[in-house]
Design a protein around this ligand. Structure first.
Ligand code: ASP
Length: 331
């Protein structure tokens, strides 16, 4: 794979941010830097001995105020593979249930001298609020409808790996179709920002009620006809209906939704013959994606996304803690 590593600015100038709150605000070369940093971890994770001790002695707190399976486990594995002490804060048993404010929780975590804090929260902006209050790097593991930056990075890494023979690792000219509940999806938001920044053409497809009002500001092409959105696509990314974030009726029924916006084998035939099928999970099989498509051995990259997720999170934890570890050039 072609790596633009040599063209990066020196040391911390390659990634000058204290925290990773979103893809918005990252330059394309900073995104590529994180993808390139993750490659070594993709390699390591495929070996039986997958341990590196560069974060030994560091404490990472995973504070998840919203449910998670993949992301929490992935961050935990990432921190442990790099040798850190990883602690998961269980919100159900914490003082948040007793009415503690987010700021008080942030101050408490800060007082424990964490070296990095990974946060998932149901409110957009909550992660930035905490990042402004604590002394260590903060990594956004999903905040409300705002952003899920490591998901977008792992998706980009998955695409780059799967299509490298065709594209040489470039995103220029790729057509990526995102279909589903764009309105409530932080994954969609981060992916639109990430993929357009890297040069891909992004199509989004959803019923009008599930398209965000500010979509004009993003460089995505809007479709309401899924067949048209799929035409010639290189990548098809399906998104779950975020029922927990919906207040009111956004779709007539799951059956009707599947009929118009579900990815079936017949529909997939409209995309390029080698188009990748992706989904961030959790999937609602039989709603936004049919099982036979989700399980297509040669086309579905859904489990590959999970694999890339660990590598991306290792890269983010490594890069963001370089300053505290006094890595040369990271001041
Ligand atoms: N796991 C992703 C998220 O946390 C996608 C989803 O929940 O549908 O946003």
């Amino acid at each position: 794979m072609t790596s633009p590593a040599l063209s990066y600015p020196e040391g911390s100038a390659a990634f000058p941010h204290e925290s990773l709150v979103g893809i918005g605000g990252l330059a394309p070369h900073e995104i590529l830097f994180l993808l390139d940093e993750a490659e070594q971890w993709v390699e390591l994770n495929r070996h039986p001995q997958k341990h590196d001790d560069r974060l030994t002695g560091l404490t990472i707190i995973n504070a998840f105020f919203e449910n998670s399976t993949r992301t929490l486990l992935s961050f935990e594995i990432a921190g442990k593979r790099l040798g850190a002490d990883v602690v998961n804060m269980h919100v159900a048993q914490s003082s948040i249930k007793k009415g503690e404010t987010l700021i008080d929780t942030a101050m408490t975590l800060n007082a424990m001298h964490a070296d990095a804090i990974v946060i998932r929260h149901g409110s957009s902006g909550a992660v930035q609020l905490i990042a402004d209050k604590v002394d260590c790097p903060v990594l956004n593991a999903g905040d409300g409808q705002h952003e899920h930056p490591t998901q977008a990075l792992l998706d980009a890494l998955t695409i780059r790996h799967a299509l490298r023979n065709k594209t040489g690792g470039s995103f220029n000219g790729l057509t990526v179709t995102l279909c589903g509940d764009i309105l409530h999806s932080r994954v969609a938001r981060s992916n639109i920002l990430c993929l357009t920044s890297l040069g891909a053409h992004v199509r989004i497809c959803a019923p009008p009620a599930l398209i965000p009002a500010d979509i004009e500001a993003m460089q995505a092409e809007v479709f309401h006809d899924f067949d048209a959105a799929l035409d010639g696509a290189d990548v098809v990314m399906m998104l779950r209906l975020q029922l927990e974030r919906m207040q009111g009726q956004f779709i007539p029924s799951a059956r009707e939704y599947r009929h118009l916006f579900g990815l079936t084998a017949e529909r997939l035939a409209r995309a390029r013959p080698d188009a990748l099928v992706m989904h961030p999970g959790p999937m609602n099989r039989g709603v936004e994606i049919d099982s036979d498509v989700a399980d297509l051995a040669d086309r579905s990259h859904i489990t590959r996304q999970v694999e890339m997720g660990v590598a991306i999170r290792m890269a983010c934890l490594d890069v963001l803690t370089r300053k505290v570890r006094r890595v040369e050039g990271w001041t």
